[in-house]
Design a protein around this ligand. Sequence first.
Ligand SMILES: NC(=O)c1ccc[n+]([C@@H]2O[C@H](COP(=O)([O-])OP(=O)(O)OC[C@H]3O[C@@H](n4cnc5c(N)ncnc54)[C@H](OP(=O)(O)O)[C@@H]3O)[C@@H](O)[C@H]2O)c1
Length: 250
Amino acid sequence: MHLTIITGASRGLGRALAEASLGPDRLLLCMARSSMADLAMAAARHGCLLDARSVNLANVNAAVAALANGIGEVDVSMVTAATLINNAGSVDPVKPAEKLKPEEVAASVALNLSTPIALTGAFLRITAGWRVPRRVLNITSGAAHHPYHGWSVYCATKAGLDQFSRCVALEQEGLANAAKIVSLAPGVIDTAMQEQLRAASADDFRERGRFVALHEGGELQAPAEVAQRILAYLQHPDYGTQVVADLRKI
Ligand SMILES: NC(=O)c1ccc[n+]([C@@H]2O[C@H](COP(=O)([O-])OP(=O)(O)OC[C@H]3O[C@@H](n4cnc5c(N)ncnc54)[C@H](OP(=O)(O)O)[C@@H]3O)[C@@H](O)[C@H]2O)c1
């Protein structure tokens, strides 16, 4: 049974990853704030075990507790592979740095960076003795390398996620049953995050027009297609050889 932990599985890319992972030999541990009741019904139809946990992932301690409690309920002897997908994230707050409020900065850094770091650490610690393939996938963004007006917190957190992933890859080198880790930029996807960017004010986000044009030009990728490609990449023998990667270039 393949244990897959997915954050932000209530909608968007995370939801598509969860739906594409449903199967009789799978156990999904999903986390988000919203209800995932319809995902639970889909899992039941596929004969898939699903543990959907409602948690605010901007609360790092709550996130780690949800992961530890969820894994604590698993019969480890049945697990044949374990994967953590740190997908939950938000581009909020979209505004120039001088307009940022401390509480929104703290929440964004916690959601986009502190929680993925803490969940990765907890996952590696809890599964350290498991003799099964262990993989971590951090969903990053091209914004980790390309600065955008109005996205300073998002860009900084995604750059941090990339560098965290590089450090963990280094730490895993030479370990028995080393976990493989990748920080993967998925490209632009037709999700609520893109709607939010199109709804931003042009004063707060100068490149808003380009994102409106991407949508109008039909250039946003469908979440289901991106999810399929990501899951195929996770199973590829080369997974982990390139720690920071872009789905559009592999
Ligand atoms: N869409 C793009 O074009 C694009 C491009 C590059 C990278 N990405 C990355 O892809 C990932 C997924 O983005 P998306 O486009 O699918 O975004 P989305 O449609 O806005 O979905 C975000 C997911 O994260 C969850 N989430 C947000 N805040 C949360 C919180 N405080 N606690 C728990 N869960 C929370 C949401 O669930 P609840 O609201 O139910 O909690 C939702 O399931 C993100 O890491 C994003 O940075 C997206």
